[in-house]
Design a protein around this ligand. Structure first.
Ligand SMILES: CC(C)(COP(=O)(O)OP(=O)(O)OC[C@H]1O[C@@H](n2cnc3c(N)ncnc32)[C@H](O)[C@@H]1OP(=O)(O)O)[C@@H](O)C(=O)NCCC(=O)NCCS
Length: 181
């Protein structure tokens, strides 16, 4: 698992810690119907606020989970996850499961500027620096064109599809060593 608590890039800072000032952006990410269109749908604001409060009170960051922040304003642009995909979920390329999986979510206003690509390449570079070569997964709804495009640009290859959450999911993968970093 990635141990870095902060990963810098040209325009961004990936930080493990959630800050009080992230509330507005965090709530927007989870309640915006367009952002949530392919990842489970918008959630009730009160539930999201409660989760945010719990995460702030807890104070510890979940390893592999990062806030993508603008490195000049520190404003939350999105979130990124590079963590193990639980073996009991569908979508694996190894017998035992638990492979590293990449996921990303940007605020709607931050789409179209290359931020997700920049954040993902920075996280994958950090992973390459500290972890042995291994397969990395990216699972995204086949209908999620922006995400499929980003996956391809990063060097992931679709190898099949499966059903999860009532939708067709594309299982994409590549060895850490050949991803676009
Ligand atoms: C998936 C998602 C992160 C993609 O965001 P994105 O901004 O399209 O992705 P990228 O960071 O790769 O940016 C690519 C776009 O930025 C443009 N761009 C501008 N400046 C750029 C730069 N410096 N570098 C790269 N791309 C740049 C590209 O031309 C491209 O534009 P286009 O959409 O008009 O083709 C975003 O749509 C999202 O958050 N969706 C909701 C969450 C979700 O579905 N996540 C998937 C679950 S894994």
């Amino acid at each position: 698992m990635l141990s870095a608590t902060e990963i810098p890039s040209e325009r961004l800072l990936l930080r493990g810690a959630l800050h009080d000032a992230d509330r507005e952006g965090f709530v927007e990410l989870h309640t915006d119907p367009e952002v949530q269109a392919y990842i489970g749908g918008p959630q009730p604001r009160s539930d999201v606020e409660r989760r945010f409060d719990a995460a702030i009170a807890d104070g510890t960051s979940r390893s592999g989970n990062y806030v993508i922040a603008d490195n000049t304003t520190n404003r939350l642009v999105g979130t990124l996850m590079l963590a193990h995909r639980s073996a009991d979920r569908p979508g694996h390329v190894t017998e035992d499961g638990g492979e590293l999986e990449l996921g990303y979510v940007l605020r709607r206003g931050a789409w179209g500027a290359g931020f997700a690509f920049e954040a993902a390449t920075a996280a994958l570079r950090a992973a390459t620096d500290e972890l042995p070569d291994q397969p990395v997964l990216l699972v995204t709804q086949t209908a999620n064109e922006r995400s499929m495009k980003l996956a391809a640009r990063l060097g992931f290859r679709p190898i099949g599809t499966f059903e999860e959450y009532g939708a067709e999911q594309a299982l994409c993968t590549a060895p850490l060593s050949v991803l676009r970093i």
